[in-house]
Design a protein. Sequence first.
Length: 315
Amino acid sequence: MYLSVVVPCMNEEESIPGLVARLSQAITPWKDRAEIILIDDGSTDGTWAAIEAAKLSCPQIVGVRLSANRGHQIALTAGLEASQGARIFMLDADLQDPPELLTDMMFMMDRGFDVVYGRRSERRGETMFKKATAHLFYRFLNAMSDVPIPQDTGDFRLVNRRSLNAVLAMPEKARFIRGMFAWAGFKQVGIEYIRSPRELGETKYPLRAMMRFAIDAMTAFSTKPLKLATRLSFISLLMAGLMAVYVIYSLVVYQTAPGWASVVLAVSFFSGVQLLTLGILGEYIGRLYVEAKDRPMYFVSDDTRDVTQAPQRLR
Ligand code: UDP
Ligand code: MG
Protein backbone atom coordinates (compact mmCIF):
# COMPACT_ATOMS: atom_id res chain seq x y z
CA MET A 1 0.00 0.00 0.00
CA TYR A 2 1.41 3.35 -1.01
CA LEU A 3 -1.14 5.98 0.00
CA SER A 4 -3.61 6.01 2.89
CA VAL A 5 -6.15 8.80 3.15
CA VAL A 6 -7.63 9.21 6.63
CA VAL A 7 -10.86 11.13 7.22
CA PRO A 8 -12.67 11.39 10.58
CA CYS A 9 -16.43 11.73 10.09
CA MET A 10 -19.00 12.64 12.70
CA ASN A 11 -22.53 13.21 11.40
CA GLU A 12 -21.28 13.87 7.91
CA GLU A 13 -23.83 11.87 5.88
CA GLU A 14 -24.36 14.87 3.57
CA SER A 15 -20.65 15.46 3.01
CA ILE A 16 -19.56 11.91 2.21
CA PRO A 17 -20.72 11.56 -1.42
CA GLY A 18 -19.04 14.83 -2.45
CA LEU A 19 -15.96 14.04 -0.42
CA VAL A 20 -15.53 10.61 -2.00
CA ALA A 21 -16.04 12.03 -5.50
CA ARG A 22 -13.37 14.72 -5.06
CA LEU A 23 -10.99 12.47 -3.17
CA SER A 24 -11.06 9.64 -5.68
CA GLN A 25 -10.35 12.24 -8.36
CA ALA A 26 -7.42 13.64 -6.37
CA ILE A 27 -5.82 10.25 -5.75
CA THR A 28 -6.08 9.11 -9.40
CA PRO A 29 -2.29 8.82 -9.98
CA TRP A 30 -1.96 6.44 -7.01
CA LYS A 31 -5.36 4.78 -7.27
CA ASP A 32 -4.15 1.18 -7.57
CA ARG A 33 -2.20 1.37 -4.34
CA ALA A 34 -4.39 3.63 -2.24
CA GLU A 35 -6.96 3.25 0.51
CA ILE A 36 -9.42 5.83 1.82
CA ILE A 37 -10.12 5.22 5.50
CA LEU A 38 -13.34 6.83 6.69
CA ILE A 39 -13.81 6.72 10.45
CA ASP A 40 -17.34 7.00 11.68
CA ASP A 41 -16.89 8.67 15.06
CA GLY A 42 -20.11 7.50 16.73
CA SER A 43 -22.37 9.35 14.33
CA THR A 44 -26.07 9.53 15.10
CA ASP A 45 -27.14 10.13 11.51
CA GLY A 46 -26.71 7.98 8.41
CA THR A 47 -22.93 8.39 8.19
CA TRP A 48 -22.20 4.66 8.38
CA ALA A 49 -24.78 3.86 5.72
CA ALA A 50 -23.26 6.61 3.55
CA ILE A 51 -19.79 5.08 3.99
CA GLU A 52 -21.06 1.62 3.05
CA ALA A 53 -22.87 3.07 0.05
CA ALA A 54 -19.77 4.99 -1.07
CA LYS A 55 -17.73 1.80 -0.87
CA LEU A 56 -19.84 0.27 -3.65
CA SER A 57 -18.69 2.89 -6.14
CA CYS A 58 -15.18 3.42 -4.75
CA PRO A 59 -13.39 0.17 -3.88
CA GLN A 60 -10.52 2.02 -2.15
CA ILE A 61 -12.80 2.89 0.76
CA VAL A 62 -12.27 1.26 4.14
CA GLY A 63 -14.91 2.08 6.73
CA VAL A 64 -14.09 1.93 10.43
CA ARG A 65 -16.89 2.55 12.89
CA LEU A 66 -16.14 3.53 16.48
CA SER A 67 -18.37 2.22 19.24
CA ALA A 68 -19.16 5.76 20.45
CA ASN A 69 -18.20 9.36 19.81
CA ARG A 70 -14.63 9.90 20.95
CA GLY A 71 -13.87 13.27 19.38
CA HIS A 72 -12.00 14.43 16.30
CA GLN A 73 -8.45 13.75 17.51
CA ILE A 74 -9.16 10.19 18.68
CA ALA A 75 -11.17 9.38 15.55
CA LEU A 76 -8.18 10.57 13.54
CA THR A 77 -5.89 8.41 15.69
CA ALA A 78 -8.09 5.38 15.00
CA GLY A 79 -7.74 6.03 11.28
CA LEU A 80 -3.99 6.49 11.53
CA GLU A 81 -3.66 3.22 13.42
CA ALA A 82 -5.72 1.44 10.79
CA SER A 83 -3.71 2.88 7.90
CA GLN A 84 -1.24 0.70 5.99
CA GLY A 85 0.21 3.15 3.51
CA ALA A 86 3.77 4.41 3.20
CA ARG A 87 2.37 7.94 2.96
CA ILE A 88 -0.64 9.08 4.92
CA PHE A 89 -2.86 12.00 3.95
CA MET A 90 -5.26 13.47 6.54
CA LEU A 91 -8.17 15.78 5.92
CA ASP A 92 -11.59 16.76 7.22
CA ALA A 93 -14.79 15.38 5.77
CA ASP A 94 -16.36 18.77 5.08
CA LEU A 95 -14.04 19.65 2.17
CA GLN A 96 -12.69 22.74 3.92
CA ASP A 97 -9.26 21.41 3.02
CA PRO A 98 -8.83 20.92 -0.75
CA PRO A 99 -7.95 17.26 -1.56
CA GLU A 100 -6.28 18.54 -4.75
CA LEU A 101 -3.40 19.88 -2.65
CA LEU A 102 -2.27 16.25 -2.35
CA THR A 103 -0.37 16.59 -5.65
CA ASP A 104 1.73 19.48 -4.29
CA MET A 105 2.23 17.72 -0.97
CA MET A 106 3.42 14.56 -2.76
CA PHE A 107 5.82 16.72 -4.76
CA MET A 108 7.32 18.19 -1.58
CA MET A 109 7.57 14.75 0.03
CA ASP A 110 9.44 13.49 -3.04
CA ARG A 111 11.92 16.28 -2.29
CA GLY A 112 12.70 14.66 1.07
CA PHE A 113 10.26 16.12 3.59
CA ASP A 114 8.75 13.78 6.17
CA VAL A 115 5.76 15.99 7.00
CA VAL A 116 4.02 18.40 4.62
CA TYR A 117 1.31 20.38 6.37
CA GLY A 118 -1.22 22.82 4.99
CA ARG A 119 -1.02 26.34 6.32
CA ARG A 120 -4.18 28.40 6.15
CA SER A 121 -3.35 31.71 4.55
CA GLU A 122 -6.99 32.65 4.66
CA ARG A 123 -10.13 31.21 6.22
CA ARG A 124 -13.25 31.79 4.19
CA GLY A 125 -16.78 31.59 5.49
CA GLU A 126 -15.89 31.41 9.16
CA THR A 127 -17.16 33.78 11.79
CA MET A 128 -15.01 36.68 12.96
CA PHE A 129 -15.16 35.07 16.39
CA LYS A 130 -13.75 31.73 15.20
CA LYS A 131 -11.00 33.47 13.21
CA ALA A 132 -10.04 35.72 16.12
CA THR A 133 -10.04 32.94 18.73
CA ALA A 134 -8.08 30.61 16.42
CA HIS A 135 -5.54 33.36 15.72
CA LEU A 136 -5.09 34.09 19.43
CA PHE A 137 -4.98 30.39 20.29
CA TYR A 138 -2.08 29.58 17.96
CA ARG A 139 -0.09 32.63 19.14
CA PHE A 140 -0.77 31.96 22.83
CA LEU A 141 0.00 28.24 22.47
CA ASN A 142 3.33 29.03 20.89
CA ALA A 143 4.21 31.48 23.62
CA MET A 144 3.48 28.78 26.21
CA SER A 145 4.75 25.69 24.46
CA ASP A 146 8.29 24.38 24.66
CA VAL A 147 8.20 23.09 21.06
CA PRO A 148 7.42 25.49 18.23
CA ILE A 149 4.07 24.46 16.77
CA PRO A 150 3.46 25.74 13.21
CA GLN A 151 0.98 28.63 13.23
CA ASP A 152 -2.43 28.38 11.56
CA THR A 153 -2.15 24.74 10.63
CA GLY A 154 -4.70 22.04 11.20
CA ASP A 155 -4.43 18.31 10.87
CA PHE A 156 -4.58 18.66 7.08
CA ARG A 157 -1.24 17.14 6.11
CA LEU A 158 0.70 14.43 4.34
CA VAL A 159 3.10 12.44 6.50
CA ASN A 160 5.35 9.49 5.81
CA ARG A 161 5.37 6.19 7.68
CA ARG A 162 8.46 7.11 9.67
CA SER A 163 6.96 10.26 11.21
CA LEU A 164 3.58 8.58 11.69
CA ASN A 165 5.19 5.71 13.60
CA ALA A 166 6.83 8.28 15.86
CA VAL A 167 3.47 9.85 16.66
CA LEU A 168 1.73 6.50 17.12
CA ALA A 169 4.45 5.53 19.59
CA MET A 170 3.24 8.32 21.90
CA PRO A 171 0.77 6.69 24.26
CA GLU A 172 -1.02 9.80 25.54
CA LYS A 173 -4.81 9.74 25.46
CA ALA A 174 -5.46 13.48 25.34
CA ARG A 175 -4.20 13.93 21.85
CA PHE A 176 -3.21 17.10 20.02
CA ILE A 177 -2.00 15.52 16.82
CA ARG A 178 -0.59 18.56 15.00
CA GLY A 179 1.53 19.33 18.08
CA MET A 180 2.67 15.72 18.36
CA PHE A 181 3.98 15.83 14.80
CA ALA A 182 5.78 19.09 15.58
CA TRP A 183 7.30 17.57 18.71
CA ALA A 184 8.38 14.42 16.88
CA GLY A 185 10.67 16.54 14.74
CA PHE A 186 11.70 15.28 11.29
CA LYS A 187 11.86 17.44 8.20
CA GLN A 188 8.71 19.52 7.93
CA VAL A 189 7.42 22.05 5.47
CA GLY A 190 4.18 23.99 5.07
CA ILE A 191 2.19 24.71 1.93
CA GLU A 192 -0.17 27.70 2.01
CA TYR A 193 -3.78 27.26 0.98
CA ILE A 194 -7.06 29.05 1.32
CA ARG A 195 -9.45 27.32 3.69
CA SER A 196 -12.89 27.30 2.10
CA PRO A 197 -16.16 27.42 3.98
CA ARG A 198 -17.74 24.13 5.08
CA GLU A 199 -19.77 22.85 2.14
CA LEU A 200 -22.54 20.94 3.89
CA GLY A 201 -23.69 20.32 7.44
CA GLU A 202 -22.46 22.37 10.35
CA THR A 203 -19.36 22.61 12.50
CA LYS A 204 -18.77 19.87 15.07
CA TYR A 205 -16.58 22.19 17.08
CA PRO A 206 -18.85 24.36 19.20
CA LEU A 207 -17.19 26.80 21.60
CA ARG A 208 -17.13 24.22 24.39
CA ALA A 209 -15.27 21.67 22.24
CA MET A 210 -12.86 24.38 21.11
CA MET A 211 -12.06 25.30 24.72
CA ARG A 212 -11.50 21.65 25.61
CA PHE A 213 -9.21 21.31 22.60
CA ALA A 214 -7.26 24.43 23.61
CA ILE A 215 -6.83 23.24 27.19
CA ASP A 216 -5.70 19.80 26.01
CA ALA A 217 -3.17 21.41 23.70
CA MET A 218 -1.90 23.69 26.43
CA THR A 219 -1.53 21.02 29.11
CA ALA A 220 0.00 18.59 26.63
CA PHE A 221 2.70 20.93 25.43
CA SER A 222 3.55 23.16 28.34
CA THR A 223 4.00 23.16 32.08
CA LYS A 224 4.16 26.95 32.13
CA PRO A 225 0.59 27.32 33.48
CA LEU A 226 1.77 25.45 36.59
CA LYS A 227 4.52 27.98 37.09
CA LEU A 228 1.95 30.73 36.74
CA ALA A 229 0.73 29.83 40.24
CA THR A 230 4.09 30.75 41.70
CA ARG A 231 4.14 34.04 39.83
CA LEU A 232 0.60 34.89 40.84
CA SER A 233 1.43 34.21 44.47
CA PHE A 234 4.23 36.80 44.33
CA ILE A 235 1.91 39.36 42.76
CA SER A 236 -0.80 38.78 45.33
CA LEU A 237 1.70 38.96 48.20
CA LEU A 238 2.91 42.28 46.83
CA MET A 239 -0.63 43.58 46.58
CA ALA A 240 -1.43 42.38 50.09
CA GLY A 241 1.67 44.23 51.33
CA LEU A 242 0.61 47.46 49.64
CA MET A 243 -2.88 47.16 51.13
CA ALA A 244 -1.43 46.58 54.59
CA VAL A 245 0.62 49.77 54.29
CA TYR A 246 -2.47 51.68 53.24
CA VAL A 247 -4.60 50.28 56.08
CA ILE A 248 -1.96 51.09 58.73
CA TYR A 249 -1.47 54.54 57.26
CA SER A 250 -5.16 55.40 57.43
CA LEU A 251 -5.45 53.92 60.94
CA VAL A 252 -2.67 56.20 62.13
CA VAL A 253 -3.64 59.34 60.20
CA TYR A 254 -7.47 59.17 60.15
CA GLN A 255 -7.95 56.90 63.22
CA THR A 256 -10.18 54.66 61.10
CA ALA A 257 -9.74 51.76 58.68
CA PRO A 258 -11.43 52.02 55.25
CA GLY A 259 -14.71 50.17 54.96
CA TRP A 260 -16.17 47.11 53.34
CA ALA A 261 -15.43 48.01 49.71
CA SER A 262 -11.73 47.29 50.05
CA VAL A 263 -12.47 44.09 52.00
CA VAL A 264 -14.79 42.83 49.30
CA LEU A 265 -12.24 43.67 46.61
CA ALA A 266 -9.38 42.00 48.44
CA VAL A 267 -11.37 38.87 49.28
CA SER A 268 -12.68 38.45 45.76
CA PHE A 269 -9.28 39.12 44.19
CA PHE A 270 -7.45 36.59 46.34
CA SER A 271 -10.13 33.94 46.06
CA GLY A 272 -10.08 34.45 42.29
CA VAL A 273 -6.36 33.84 42.23
CA GLN A 274 -6.73 30.76 44.40
CA LEU A 275 -9.50 29.28 42.29
CA LEU A 276 -7.53 29.93 39.13
CA THR A 277 -4.45 28.15 40.43
CA LEU A 278 -6.61 25.32 41.76
CA GLY A 279 -8.21 25.04 38.34
CA ILE A 280 -4.82 24.86 36.64
CA LEU A 281 -3.69 22.16 39.08
CA GLY A 282 -6.97 20.37 38.41
CA GLU A 283 -6.38 20.31 34.67
CA TYR A 284 -3.01 18.64 35.09
CA ILE A 285 -4.25 16.23 37.75
CA GLY A 286 -7.19 15.32 35.52
CA ARG A 287 -4.76 14.54 32.74
CA LEU A 288 -2.62 12.41 35.03
CA TYR A 289 -5.76 10.54 36.11
CA VAL A 290 -6.87 9.84 32.56
CA GLU A 291 -3.41 8.73 31.52
CA ALA A 292 -2.99 6.58 34.65
CA LYS A 293 -6.25 4.73 33.98
CA ASP A 294 -4.73 3.84 30.62
CA ARG A 295 -8.00 2.85 29.02
CA PRO A 296 -8.06 2.10 25.29
CA MET A 297 -8.82 5.30 23.40
CA TYR A 298 -11.56 3.74 21.29
CA PHE A 299 -13.25 0.50 20.29
CA VAL A 300 -14.10 -0.46 16.74
CA SER A 301 -17.65 -1.71 16.43
CA ASP A 302 -17.71 -2.29 12.69
CA ASP A 303 -15.08 -2.45 10.00
CA THR A 304 -15.60 -2.95 6.30
CA ARG A 305 -12.11 -4.36 5.97
CA ASP A 306 -12.82 -7.25 8.32
CA VAL A 307 -15.78 -8.31 6.24
CA THR A 308 -13.74 -8.65 3.07
CA GLN A 309 -10.40 -9.73 4.50
CA ALA A 310 -11.12 -11.81 7.58
CA PRO A 311 -10.84 -15.57 7.06
CA GLN A 312 -14.12 -17.31 6.28
CA ARG A 313 -14.53 -18.75 9.79
CA LEU A 314 -14.54 -15.30 11.35
CA ARG A 315 -17.26 -13.86 9.15
N1 UDP B 1 -15.19 15.25 13.87
C1 UDP B 1 -15.13 13.98 14.43
N2 UDP B 1 -15.56 13.82 15.73
C2 UDP B 1 -16.00 14.87 16.50
C3 UDP B 1 -16.00 16.17 15.91
C4 UDP B 1 -15.58 16.32 14.60
O1 UDP B 1 -14.75 13.01 13.80
O2 UDP B 1 -16.36 14.66 17.66
C5 UDP B 1 -14.72 15.43 12.48
C6 UDP B 1 -15.71 16.11 11.55
O3 UDP B 1 -16.61 15.17 10.99
C7 UDP B 1 -14.80 16.74 10.51
C8 UDP B 1 -13.56 17.07 11.31
O4 UDP B 1 -13.60 16.27 12.49
O5 UDP B 1 -14.45 15.82 9.49
C9 UDP B 1 -13.45 18.54 11.66
O6 UDP B 1 -14.65 18.98 12.25
P1 UDP B 1 -15.36 20.34 11.84
O7 UDP B 1 -15.28 20.53 10.35
O8 UDP B 1 -16.74 20.32 12.39
O9 UDP B 1 -14.48 21.42 12.58
P2 UDP B 1 -14.17 22.92 12.09
O10 UDP B 1 -13.68 22.81 10.69
O11 UDP B 1 -15.46 23.65 12.19
O12 UDP B 1 -13.14 23.40 13.05
MG1 MG C 1 -14.64 21.94 9.20
